[in-house]
Design a protein around this ligand. Structure first.
Ligand SMILES: [Fe+2]
Ligand SMILES: [Fe+2]
Length: 283
């Protein structure tokens, strides 16, 4: 079973700068610490874009400082808040395709991971998979199948509607050719970010999951036009992948002080619960 950590939407700014009133550096540090503490056996950590909030070099350097603490290898994707040129200045060794897009693959036995670059050159919210990126994707899917591998694709933007009005204009632009591609070549799973929501489902038989991200959370509103950000814990997903399927646990860093009780197994199945912190007094 291949264990992959999926992180998204870190939205790091320059050191000392808050984003939506929250400290993205501290939140990312908590996630890195949790991964190092409990998931050092994972093969890879994939961070699916919006690495920085403004795409400036200073923010990428701050981001690089924090992720360099990861004890497992990591792969970085770009989102709509990123800037390809500035990203490559800070990460000059990152794998790219023949056209300079931040696209690459990683093979693990009978599984191929495909990392896509959906950063749009001319729009702040929409995603883009142009013809050359799509051709590359097709080649990687077909080559994976030819070598007996099932593919899991990672991308920042969802390529289809997720039923949330505010995101309707911020999914993949002109998604038809991309959807045709996945319909034909059937990846095992699609993992994305961008939504700041915990979302999963299947599209035309292809399962997908969205990591809610490290930065601010968005309040779910299917019809709302105004985006509401709410304070909530940073998150990451643990993916267990085999050629027969993908299991995704949505989780969050825990610290010693956040554990309020422990339950020990007992022979009768009832369990023995021990409170670690006093009950919060009722108002
Ligand atoms: Fe984001
Ligand atoms: Fe995004």
């Amino acid at each position: 079973m291949l264990k992959i950590i999926h992180v998204s939407d870190t939205h790091v700014g320059p050191v000392g700068e808050l984003v939506v009133g929250l400290d993205p550096h501290e939140r990312l540090r908590q996630v890195v610490h949790a991964i190092n503490g409990s998931h050092e056996d994972a093969a890879l950590c994939v961070i699916t874009g919006d690495l920085t909030d403004r795409g400036d070099e200073e923010s990428y350097r701050a981001f690089a400082d924090i992720v360099s603490e990861l004890k497992i290898p990591y792969r970085l994707l770009l989102g709509n808040h990123d800037n390809r040129k500035n990203f490559r200045r800070v990460f000059p060794d990152v794998p790219v395709d023949a056209f300079g897009f931040i696209q690459s693959t990683a093979d693990f036995s009978d599984i191929r991971l495909i990392f896509l670059d959906s950063l749009h050159d001319n729009h702040a919210g929409l995603g883009q998979i142009c013809n050359s990126r799509l051709e590359w994707f097709e080649g990687m899917l077909q080559d994976g199948a030819a070598t007996g591998r099932r593919s899991v694709a990672f991308i920042h933007h969802p390529p289809f509607s997720v039923g949330v009005r505010m995101f309707q204009q911020m999914i993949l632009e002109n998604p038809g050719p991309f959807l045709e591609q996945i319909t034909t070549n059937k990846p095992l799973h699609l993992a994305f970010g961008h939504l700041h929501l915990t979302t999963s489902g299947s599209w035309n038989g292809i399962p997908y999951s969205c990591n809610r991200g490290v930065a601010h959370r968005i309040a779910l509103s299917l019809e709302g036009e105004v985006t509401e950000f709410i304070e909530a814990e940073p998150t990451f997903d643990v993916m267990l992948i085999s050629s027969s399927g993908v299991l995704v646990h949505h989780t969050a860093p825990t610290t010693g002080s956040s554990v309020i009780a422990r339950e020990y197994p007992t022979a009768d199945g009832k369990g023995l619960q021990v409170m670690l912190q006093p009950k919060i007094a009722e108002a």
